[in-house]
Design a protein around this ligand. Structure first.
Ligand code: ZN
Length: 291
């Protein structure tokens, strides 16, 4: 046997912070009795911090965004919070973020990094990403001294946390499928107004569509905490790479693996059994423990 699946142990997975786009004037832990794990306010927005040095808080903040809190540090995994007028508030308002120590970016598409530069400017946070990610972030205002470039294979140290970076790969959906999907959304939700279109275009400009993102710009991160807890985060779900395979060999079994699901309209296309998408489910490699 020897296989282990998601185990939460004594760590907490905080509830999602969808409640309002405006947290100003609200108590730090609405209805939570001061419990950081139940707070509706992310720590990055001034919500309560953990007091126990052996607890880790992981909070989902919509799409591939997460907040990771440990030993007084706040890490953001991806930074796409202002998602436009047709999306619900995420609970993070970029120009009101009060604490972030590091922002890890999986890849440089706007829906993963659009708010990284302004948050880094306000909080002095480091931004970690592939060369094209850091280059794009600097064009969007990231102070160069705050960018940390990784290409895969690096190990970064933070107080009580070791972070391993691996070169992953972004999936590619055929253009005709993407166009048809866009049409489906428009038919279902209705077309955007000109004002909505303009707002969404402005957000879409806060990233890059360079082809380098696909094979050179997508990074998986493995977090190993001093408690022994291990978390894998991949914000894209392309084919398995040699880098991801090596990371899995180093980390497996992990306690939590957060792995994106590519937006195939036909679920079977995600499966490794389909020859057009062979080995596109790398998560399984991170759950295999020593036999
Ligand atoms: Zn992407």
């Amino acid at each position: 046997m020897g296989r282990r699946f998601i185990v939460f142990r004594a760590h907490c997975l905080a509830i999602v912070a969808f409640f309002s786009g405006n947290t100003v004037g609200l108590p730090q832990s609405i209805g939570a009795g001061g419990d950081p794990c139940r707070s509706l306010v992310p720590a990055a927005m001034g919500g309560p911090m953990l007091r126990d040095n052996n607890r880790i808080m992981l909070r989902w903040l919509s799409t591939a965004n997460y907040e990771l809190v440990y030993r007084g540090q706040v890490f953001l995994l991806d930074a796409y919070f202002d998602q436009g007028p047709r999306s619900r508030p995420t609970g993070v308002i970029p120009d009101r973020v009060v604490k972030t120590d590091a922002i890890f970016i999986g890849h440089a598409h706007y829906d993963h990094m659009s708010d990284a530069a302004p948050i880094a400017q306000m909080t002095n946070a480091k931004v970690i990403g592939a060369p094209i990610t850091i280059d794009t972030a600097e064009k969007l205002g990231l102070p160069p001294a705050q960018g940390i470039t990784v290409t895969g294979g690096e190990t970064l140290q933070f107080p009580g946390v070791t972070v391993d970076a691996a070169l992953a790969q972004h999936p590619v959906l055929p253009r005709v499928v993407l166009e048809a999907l866009g049409k489906v959304y428009e038919l279902d939700a209705g077309p955007a107004t000109p004002a909505q279109d303009a707002a969404e275009a402005a957000i879409a400009a806060k990233g890059t569509f360079s082809p380098d993102v696909i094979t050179k710009g997508t990074i998986a991160y493995g977090f190993t905490f001093a408690t022994g807890f291990k978390l894998l985060w991949m914000d894209s779900a392309g084919p398995l790479t040699e880098g991801v395979r090596k990371l899995a060999a180093k980390l497996a079994p992990v306690d939590i693996a957060i792995v994106s699901f590519a937006g195939h309209p036909v679920a079977q296309m995600q499966s490794s059994s389909d020859p057009r998408n062979r080995e596109a489910v790398p998560a399984a490699h991170f759950f295999a423990g020593p036999s």
